[in-house]
Design a protein around this ligand. Structure first.
Ligand SMILES: Nc1ncnc2c1ncn2[C@@H]1O[C@H](COP(=O)(O)OP(=O)(O)OP(=O)(O)O)[C@@H](O)[C@H]1O
Length: 336
């Protein structure tokens, strides 16, 4: 069975007289199977929106191939468009229209039966405010309206760029349940989000993009397992013995990072060997805990965007190709 979404070697270069030439996508690959909730992750400026806009025919690529539901796009977009619902960047609505008017207008333009408007209003939790003007809505309510508009056509593929934007914690949880229910009903969902804990909870699989290239992909647990280094946290009964323990472990080939009250040891196959080795030196372990890796730490490592105290990371994740130094990110905190 063909993938619902397939991208191979996608390239996109932006050329501007003022800002020079930048590779936003540099041979990017992505594959999403039917019925999955797929997380599309990457730092600011890494090429996510460029990918989604190219896929939806809003901008033209400079190379590579893409298909949706087995049909090559952009050529087949007129045929597949009815089966794709998307919110990419914040959609704009007429401020004086109500949510119901907005959706009714979109429904008639897309020849969607009128009763679907009430169904989607109910699904996104806007039923009780549906008659009020959009200009009176909060950010989260506008976001719900955007999701409702993407659901109108009952698409087979739903693409949501930052769907949790502006939602309160209850709204984020409702969005999670909605997305899971949609996937269970057979819809394939691609979500781009910076809320990695949410992605870890909601997604079956992920693609991580950095500098316009895929740096990790696959089922979430496999991506986590591939990047888990068998790390364990070691505490001793006597904190002052930590340097001795670090030396002993290091001398036996372990990678050790010393912290104030514990050691982090990586590359550990059998944690019991640590206890034995230290006990032989008269060092007694009070805690030996496996460290589980989460999507956030994998993301920070693969995209090289972990904050470094005292540094300000400059947010630019594309690569200049006009002779200027590549703007690959260095570690650091928030840049300007
Ligand atoms: N119209 C444009 N003209 C010139 N450069 C652009 C244009 N659109 C995007 N870029 C550049 O392409 C790179 C990728 O941008 P893109 O919007 O795809 O990133 P993103 O991963 O969606 O980021 P974010 O998480 O911040 O939304 C950035 O360096 C951006 O400045």
């Amino acid at each position: 069975m063909p993938a619902v979404l397939e991208i191979e070697g996608l390239r996109k270069t932006y050329r501007s007289r003022r800002r020079g030439t930048r590779n936003a996508l540099d041979g990017f690959d992505m594959r999403v199977e039917a019925g999955e909730v797929h997380g599309f992750l990457g730092p600011n400026g890494s090429g996510k929106t460029t990918t989604l806009r190219t896929l939806l025919g809003l901008i033209r690529s400079d190379g590579g191939r893409m298909s949706i539901l087995g049909q090559e796009v952009p050529a087949a977009l007129p045929q597949v468009a009815r089966q794709v619902g998307a919110i990419v960047e914040s959609p704009q609505f007429f401020p004086h229209f109500s949510a119901r008017d907005t959706l009714s207008l979109l429904a008639s333009a897309d020849e969607v039966p009128a009763q679907r408007v009430d169904e989607v209003l109910e699904l996104v939790g806007l039923r009780d405010r549906a008659g009020e003007r959009v200009k009176t809505y909060s950010l989260g309510m506008k976001q719900r309206l955007a999701v409702a508009s993407a659901l109108l056509k009952s698409p087979r593929l739903l693409i949501l760029d930052e769907p949790a934007n502006g939602l309160d914690p209850g709204g984020i949880r409702e969005m999670r349940t909605l997305v899971r229910n949609l996937a269970e009903s057979g819809m394939t969902v691609v979500l781009s989000s910076h809320i990695l804990g949410e992605i870890q909870l909601i997604c079956d699989s992920v693609t991580i993009i950095s500098l316009g290239r895929r740096v990790a992909f696959g089922p979430v647990d496999e991506v986590l397992a591939q990047h888990s280094s068998g790390g364990v946290r070691v505490r001793l009964e006597a904190v002052m013995d930590l340097p001795l323990a670090a030396n002993a472990l290091h001398g036996n080939g372990y990678r050790v990072t010393a912290n104030q009250d514990h050691l982090m040891v990586s590359g550990v196959d059998k944690p019991a060997t640590i206890t034995r080795l230290l006990a032989e030196q008269g060092l007694y372990v009070s805690e030996l805990a496996p460290v589980t890796v989460d999507l956030e730490s994998v993301f920070l490592e693969l995209t090289n965007t972990a904050p470094v105290p005292g540094q300000h990371r400059q947010v630019d994740h594309s690569v200049r190709v006009d002779g200027a130094a590549p703007s690959a990110p260095t570690g650091g905190g928030w840049g300007a």
